[in-house]
Design a binder for this molecule. Structure first.
Ligand SMILES: C[S@@+](CC[C@H](N)C(=O)[O-])C[C@H]1O[C@@H](n2cnc3c(N)ncnc32)[C@H](O)[C@@H]1O
Length: 271
């Protein structure tokens, strides 16, 4: 696996030459300027091919900035080549760990966390104001099982987590990239399923949900493509982890308003 400079393009972003990290008044949790490094996987599988990167513009309020600066040092990490020491970061060694990729504003993350207090929850997101919103909920509600990583989830999985280090991975309402020419940017692809499978412990769970019919069809065609994962379908009543998001997230709600059907997928990492 090699690293090259690549570009990330995140949907709903407004093109702006300014990194949002230049606004909001804080330096904690900022990503470096310039193109982020992107891993080159040479395994013949498909990975998201990302276009030009621009972060969504977003300003933290002054209260959020204060809270962010106080809490980011112990709650957050920026994408790097540091392998995360989970026991040290969460202050416990016996807990399960679940990584949520693309947590958005963290509505469901914060709603689920108190029901899985014995589990370490790591929310991975590129959008800083989204992470700030989740941080606010976690601080207000005293949710001490939530941590966050800012960066591209594929890179975070590849570079910050060792093999068989996670009990679960969640991807709720990933950007659907509806135009055919953008399908290559979708996060659910054979290579990412393989990468997730290598990071899951045997018996670990991958949970994906989408409200986008075409993306659901795309995922359905990939459910059996990764030999390390056993597709369990939906529902899977014996699933060893919480699968009920407790709330309707912002993006889920937008889909439901348009009468979209929510499709859920569960896999188990084979022994
Ligand atoms: C459609 S939103 C869904 C957010 C949230 N899960 C919900 O249901 O409200 C997708 C989110 O994924 C984030 N995202 C997109 N690509 C990502 C990536 N490669 N790594 C981490 N987050 C990503 C976006 O910034 C956005 O917040």
């Amino acid at each position: 696996m090699r690293l090259s400079t690549g570009k990330i393009d995140v949907m709903h972003n407004s093109d702006t030459p300014n990194s949002p990290d230049s606004v909001g008044g804080t330096r904690e949790g900022n990503v470096p300027f310039g193109r982020p490094l992107q891993s080159e996987f040479e395994d013949g599988l498909d990975y998201p091919r990302l276009g030009s990167m621009s972060f969504r513009r977003g300003t933290l309020t002054s209260n959020q900035t204060k809270m962010w600066d106080e809490n980011w040092p112990h709650m957050g990490k920026v994408l790097s080549d540091e392998r995360i020491d989970l026991a040290e970061w969460f202050g416990r060694s016996d807990a399960k760990t679940i990584l949520e990729i693309g947590s958005g504003t963290g509505t469901s993350t914060a709603a689920m966390a108190p029901l899985e207090a014995d589990t370490n929850i790591i929310a991975c997101e590129i959008y800083k104001p989204g992470l700030a919103k989740l941080m606010g909920a976690a601080v207000r509600e005293g949710l001490d099982n939530i941590r966050m990583v800012r960066g591209d989830g594929v890179e975070v999985l590849n570079r910050m987590f060792g093999e068989e280090s996670l009990d679960g991975v969640r991807i709720y309402f990933p950007d659907p990239w509806p135009k055919a020419r953008h399908h290559k940017r979708r996060i659910i692809q054979s290579g990412v399923l393989h990468l997730i499978a290598t990071r899951l412990k045997p018996g670990g769970v991958l949970h994906v949900a989408t409200d986008h019919a075409d993306y659901a069809e795309w995922i359905s065609e990939l459910v059996n493509v990764e030999p390390l994962l056993e597709y369990k379908g939906w529902p899977w009543p014996e699933c060893p982890q919480l699968t009920d998001r407790q709330v309707i997230t912002k993006f889920e709600g937008k889909g439901l308003e348009k009468d979209h059907v929510i499709t859920e997928f569960l896999w188990e990492k084979k022994a």
